[in-house]
Design a binder for this molecule. Structure first.
Ligand code: PHE
Length: 339
C-alpha cells in the first residue's frame, strides 16, 4: 500500500517537472511503460502468497488506472500550453506597416528610346533592328562610302577583322531593310553603335535612332515636317527646327538639324551657348547611289533618312552634362528619373 502511494507521488512529481510533451511522455514511460515501475510491480506477483495475489493485482491495477488518468490530464494541459506558446510565437500583427520593396525604373536612355519609338510609330514608322557586328559593306560601302573615301575618317571605327567591325552607325540598317523590303518604306532603327571616341559628351558605345522613309515624291519638306512634330513632342510645344547644310556620303543634300532651345525658347542661354539653337541630329535625302545599291530605282523613288544620338537627346532633355553618368548607373543618379 505504502509503496503504491509512494510510486503515485513520484509519478505526479515527474509529470509536473516535465517541461514539454516529450519529457512528459518519457516520465509516463518510466511508470507505465513496458520497463516501467508499475509493470515491475506486477512482475512481483510470483513472489506473493497465492491467497494475497487477487488483492495485490487489484491494487496494482488501481494504481495503473490512477496514473493513466493523472498523465492524461497532464498531457491535455501540456497540449494547451504548447499550442498557446506556438500561437504567441507565430502571431502576426496585421496593423504593422508592410515592408517596402524599392521599385525599379526605366533607364533614361531606354525612356528616351521608347518615347522616340512612340512619336514615330504614331506617324506610321516600323521598328527594324540590325546586327551590332556588321560587315564593312553594310556599314560603309553600300552607304556610298568605299574604302578610300575620306568620310571614313569621320568615324573612328573598331575593326574586328578586315571585313567585320562594330557598327559605327545605325545607318547600316537602311541597307539591310531596303534589301528586304520594297518601298513604300517607313523604318525606325534603334540600337547601340561603337566609335573610338571618349570625352564628356562622347562614349565609345552609345545609342542611335535611325529613320528612313522611301516612297514616290518624298521631299526635304516631308523630313522637316516630321522633325518639327518630333521636336514639339520631345522638347516643348513651341519647339521649331532649322536645317543647315552638311555632308554625309549617303545623303544628298545633307543637313544638320537644330532644334530651338527648349530652356530659353531661343533667346540664348548656357545650354545653347547663346545661339538659341541646339544641334540634335544629322539627316538628308537618301543619296541615289544608296538607292541603286539596294535595287531601288532613284528616278521613281526618293527618300529621306535621319540619325540621332539617343544619349544626346536624353542629355538635352534632362540637363545631363556628362555622358558617363548614363553608363555608370549610380542609383542616386538613376533614381531621379523615376516617374
Ligand atoms: N549616320 C549618321 C551619323 O552617325 C547620321 C545620319 C543618319 C545622317 C542618316 C544622315 C542620315 O553621324
Amino acid at each position: 500500500m505504502d509503496e503504491n502511494e509512494m510510486i503515485a507521488e513520484e509519478a505526479r512529481a515527474a509529470a509536473e517537472r516535465a517541461a514539454d510533451s516529450k519529457e512528459l511522455y518519457e516520465a509516463k514511460m518510466q511508470f507505465l511503460g513496458r520497463q516501467g515501475r508499475v509493470t515491475a510491480l506486477m512482475k512481483r506477483m510470483k513472489e506473493i502468497a497465492q491467497e494475497m495475489r487477487p488483492a495485490f493485482g487489484k491494487q496494482v491495477n488501481a494504481l495503473r488506472e490512477k496514473l493513466e488518468e493523472m498523465f492524461s490530464q497532464h498531457e491535455e494541459h501540456m497540449k494547451e500550453r504548447e499550442m498557446a506558446k506556438k500561437l504567441a510565437a507565430e502571431q502576426v500583427d496585421v496593423t504593422m506597416p508592410g515592408r517596402k520593396h524599392g521599385a525599379g525604373a526605366l533607364h533614361p536612355v531606354t525612356r528616351v528610346k521608347n518615347e522616340l519609338i512612340d512619336i514615330f510609330a504614331g506617324m506610321g514608322f516600323e521598328v527594324f533592328e540590325g546586327p551590332e557586328i556588321e560587315n564593312d559593306y553594310y556599314n560603309f560601302t553600300a552607304l556610298n562610302t568605299p574604302a578610300d573615301h575620306p568620310a571614313r575618317d569621320m568615324q573612328d571605327t573598331f575593326y574586328l577583322t578586315d571585313e567585320f567591325l562594330l557598327r559605327t552607325q545605325t545607318s547600316a540598317g537602311q541597307i539591310r531593310l531596303m534589301e528586304k523590303k520594297k518601298p513604300p518604306i517607313k523604318m525606325l532603327s534603334p540600337g547601340r553603335v561603337f566609335r573610338s571616341d571618349d570625352d564628356a559628351t562622347h562614349s565609345p558605345m552609345f545609342h542611335q535612332m535611325e529613320g528612313l522613309v522611301v516612297d514616290k515624291g518624298i521631299t526635304l519638306c516631308d523630313l522637316q515636317g516630321m522633325l518639327d512634330e518630333f521636336a514639339r513632342t520631345m522638347f516643348s510645344a513651341t519647339s521649331k527646327t532649322r536645317l543647315r547644310p552638311s555632308y554625309f556620303p549617303f545623303t544628298e543634300p545633307s543637313v544638320e538639324v537644330d532644334v530651338s532651345c527648349h530652356i530659353c525658347g531661343g533667346k540664348g542661354c548656357s545650354l545653347c551657348k547663346g545661339t538659341g539653337w541646339i544641334e540634335v541630329l544629322g539627316a538628308g535625302m537618301v543619296n541615289r547611289h544608296v538607292l541603286e545599291n539596294c535595287g531601288v530605282d532613284p528616278d521613281e523613288y526618293t527618300g529621306f533618312a535621319f540619325g540621332m544620338g539617343i544619349e544626346r537627346i536624353a542629355m538635352l532633355k534632362y540637363g545631363i552634362n556628362n555622358i558617363k553618368l548614363l553608363t555608370e548607373n549610380d542609383v542616386r543618379f538613376l533614381e531621379q528619373f523615376k516617374e
